[in-house]
Design a protein around this ligand. Structure first.
Ligand SMILES: [Zn+2]
Length: 98
Protein backbone atom coordinates (compact mmCIF):
# COMPACT_ATOMS: atom_id res chain seq x y z
CA UNK A 1 0.00 0.00 0.00
CA UNK A 2 1.14 3.47 -0.76
CA UNK A 3 0.02 6.24 1.51
CA UNK A 4 -0.22 9.48 -0.42
CA UNK A 5 0.68 12.85 1.00
CA UNK A 6 0.77 16.34 -0.46
CA UNK A 7 3.88 18.34 -1.27
CA UNK A 8 3.99 21.96 -2.30
CA UNK A 9 6.45 22.82 -5.05
CA UNK A 10 7.47 26.46 -4.80
CA UNK A 11 7.12 28.61 -7.90
CA UNK A 12 10.21 28.70 -10.03
CA UNK A 13 11.72 31.82 -11.51
CA UNK A 14 13.87 31.54 -14.60
CA UNK A 15 14.93 33.69 -17.51
CA UNK A 16 13.23 33.56 -20.90
CA UNK A 17 13.69 35.66 -24.02
CA UNK A 18 10.87 38.22 -23.98
CA UNK A 19 12.00 39.96 -27.13
CA UNK A 20 15.03 40.30 -29.35
CA UNK A 21 16.32 43.69 -30.45
CA UNK A 22 18.90 44.47 -33.14
CA UNK A 23 22.07 45.59 -31.38
CA UNK A 24 22.66 48.29 -34.01
CA UNK A 25 19.33 49.86 -35.08
CA UNK A 26 17.12 48.55 -32.22
CA UNK A 27 14.60 46.91 -34.60
CA UNK A 28 12.58 44.30 -32.77
CA UNK A 29 12.83 40.73 -33.98
CA UNK A 30 9.91 38.36 -34.13
CA UNK A 31 11.24 35.34 -32.25
CA UNK A 32 14.30 33.26 -31.54
CA UNK A 33 14.89 30.21 -33.75
CA UNK A 34 17.42 27.65 -32.65
CA UNK A 35 20.42 29.89 -32.09
CA UNK A 36 19.26 32.70 -34.38
CA UNK A 37 16.49 35.27 -34.64
CA UNK A 38 13.49 35.38 -36.96
CA UNK A 39 12.72 38.89 -38.15
CA UNK A 40 9.30 38.25 -39.69
CA UNK A 41 6.26 36.12 -39.03
CA UNK A 42 4.19 33.75 -41.11
CA UNK A 43 5.67 31.61 -43.88
CA UNK A 44 8.37 34.04 -44.92
CA UNK A 45 11.87 33.21 -43.67
CA UNK A 46 14.17 36.06 -42.69
CA UNK A 47 16.61 34.91 -40.01
CA UNK A 48 20.03 35.97 -38.79
CA UNK A 49 22.44 34.19 -36.46
CA UNK A 50 25.82 35.48 -35.37
CA UNK A 51 27.52 33.50 -32.64
CA UNK A 52 30.52 31.56 -31.46
CA UNK A 53 29.54 28.34 -29.70
CA UNK A 54 32.18 26.67 -27.52
CA UNK A 55 31.80 23.70 -25.23
CA UNK A 56 31.48 19.97 -24.95
CA UNK A 57 28.76 17.58 -26.02
CA UNK A 58 28.65 13.99 -24.84
CA UNK A 59 25.80 11.49 -24.89
CA UNK A 60 25.33 12.15 -21.14
CA UNK A 61 25.09 15.91 -21.41
CA UNK A 62 26.16 19.12 -23.06
CA UNK A 63 27.83 22.26 -21.77
CA UNK A 64 28.01 25.22 -24.14
CA UNK A 65 28.99 28.86 -23.93
CA UNK A 66 27.75 31.32 -26.55
CA UNK A 67 29.31 34.60 -27.55
CA UNK A 68 26.66 36.29 -29.64
CA UNK A 69 24.93 39.41 -30.83
CA UNK A 70 21.63 40.04 -32.56
CA UNK A 71 21.80 41.96 -35.82
CA UNK A 72 18.78 42.42 -38.08
CA UNK A 73 18.93 41.61 -41.81
CA UNK A 74 19.15 45.29 -42.81
CA UNK A 75 22.13 45.94 -40.53
CA UNK A 76 23.65 42.61 -41.60
CA UNK A 77 23.68 43.87 -45.19
CA UNK A 78 24.48 47.50 -44.44
CA UNK A 79 27.22 47.05 -41.82
CA UNK A 80 28.37 43.47 -41.31
CA UNK A 81 28.88 42.42 -44.93
CA UNK A 82 30.93 45.54 -45.84
CA UNK A 83 33.00 45.11 -42.66
CA UNK A 84 33.74 41.46 -43.42
CA UNK A 85 34.54 42.31 -47.03
CA UNK A 86 36.98 44.97 -45.79
CA UNK A 87 38.82 42.10 -44.06
CA UNK A 88 38.98 40.16 -47.31
CA UNK A 89 36.02 37.88 -46.69
CA UNK A 90 34.06 36.83 -49.75
CA UNK A 91 30.42 36.29 -48.85
CA UNK A 92 28.83 33.18 -50.32
CA UNK A 93 25.19 32.58 -51.14
CA UNK A 94 23.50 29.20 -51.36
CA UNK A 95 19.97 28.12 -52.02
CA UNK A 96 18.22 25.42 -50.04
CA UNK A 97 15.01 23.78 -51.22
CA UNK A 98 13.26 20.75 -49.81
ZN1 LIG B 1 19.35 46.51 -37.30
Amino acid sequence: MRVMGTKTVPARTYQVVDKVICDICKREGHETHHEGVGWCSGYEVLDTAIYLKVGESYPEGTSLEFTECDICPSCFKQYLIPFLQSLGVTMQERNVEY
